[in-house]
Design a protein around this ligand. Sequence first.
Ligand SMILES: [Zn+2]
Ligand SMILES: [Zn+2]
Length: 193
Amino acid sequence: MTEGIPEKADFEKALNAWFREAEQEENPFVDIRADELHARVGDYPGPFHRMATCCEVMYENYHPAVDKIMQFPPKGKGASMEIRYALPRTPAKPVPSVQPQAETFTVKCEYCHGTGRDVRNLHAQEQPCPAPGCGKEKNGLHILPGKQDDYQECKTCKGSGAKSLKAKKSQPGANLYQPCPDCNGTGIKLKAN
Ligand SMILES: [Zn+2]
Ligand SMILES: [Zn+2]
């Protein structure tokens, strides 16, 4: 601990050390009070000098899914704040609040009929599907945000996922189709709000 006023990092260290101790005792949880955590770091120059920082660190490590707030001080931050942390902590330092798992769904790629290859263009059937999000990334499938109910047929391609190009059909090797640029070959689009 550095001399002087405790820093946020000091509280983080102390909290993690506490977690490790409790994990070694194989407790299923550990109750940590802000004043006790603060005491571990020291309370120079006066009692609970950095209580707000201490509580902040406790909050940052609090995961509503598994942890429980036992005591909530009236002002949100205070010595009496107590959190029951589920053990073991995994990982010790979680990625700061990842957005709550965004909802996604999977649809077959219309452009390539789920083959993952550019089957629309006869000469390119061995090539990966050129639709963004399909092909090499995802073989014949697309992962789209939201729910399928939020989507409707793409008007541009009428759900086919393909756009025909004005290539000269006589020209060998020319692509006659490309993935619909409006729906990336999925054939569906988010309904307008
Ligand atoms: Zn595809
Ligand atoms: Zn389309």
